[in-house]
Design a protein around this ligand. Sequence first.
Ligand SMILES: Nc1ncnc2c1ncn2[C@@H]1O[C@H](COP(=O)(O)OP(=O)(O)OP(=O)(O)O)[C@@H](O)[C@H]1O
Ligand SMILES: [Mg+2]
Length: 268
Amino acid sequence: MTGPRMTDPLPIVRADNATLAHGSRVVLAEASFTLVPGEIVGLLGPNGAGKSTLFRALLGLIAPRAGSITTLGRPARTGRPGISYLPQQEPNGQFLSAWDVVAAAHAGNRPGLPWRNRAARAAIDAALAETGAAGFAQRPFASLSGGERQRVLLAQALAGQPRLLLLDEPLTSLDPAAQAETVGLLSAIRARLGCTILVSSHEISPLLPVMDRVLYLARGQAALGPVDRVITGPVLSGLYGAPVEVLRAGGRIFVLPGEAPAALHQAV
Ligand SMILES: Nc1ncnc2c1ncn2[C@@H]1O[C@H](COP(=O)(O)OP(=O)(O)OP(=O)(O)O)[C@@H](O)[C@H]1O
Ligand SMILES: [Mg+2]
């Protein structure tokens, strides 16, 4: 048998026939998968596939319509210690400061809520100071440079001491060098804390150096496994319900859904 063991007595995340929906729109249909301690899993899928929705479900911010989701061995709910979360930075949502990002991680997450008691504030300030991020803690996270964001990420991990670290698109808008540094930082955080990291991304390639497995979402379906088994034409074509081509070149992987080649043809 290869890959992480599925029989761990305490899975970090377990989705059991979980259905997630916004109103009448089903985002994930009867998905079952398990994340084990200490693995780094890339959460991939096209826009609107449900990556951010899954994070919100893991945080207990939305309840499964059917089935169940457990985190750290118990039904997902808000305010659970041991889970850190970096929300996706919305293009217009420049309001989340670096301090807020670390604070959101510290006590199990309702981003933006003023739940900070004195001890919590001190722990957040200490983590920011330890990573050299105190000087820009009040600036919007989205306005920080790649290197500055890394320090905030590290502070976040330190402040939360998480067993499960949820990062929603931490690589977006970073240049390739900063992406690589951030990905390296994920390894460092995992090595230091031994935590499970679920990290979403639009691109697979930057995560390849650290990803143990990939959780790919499309059309309400989920596929979890090693990159070489999931990121293939047949598996992704099945998920998308349409032909998908997978190209590997120069250590990078390109997923080309059916419509992409057509667009290319139109361009020539
Ligand atoms: N609060 C909401 N109310 C209604 N529909 C929503 C809500 N949040 C998300 N959706 C819809 O659910 C689907 C999944 O959205 P989600 O944000 O989880 O996708 P995503 O994979 O994170 O996309 P992206 O890559 O663009 O970040 C989309 O169709 C989205 O429009
Ligand atoms: Mg998203």
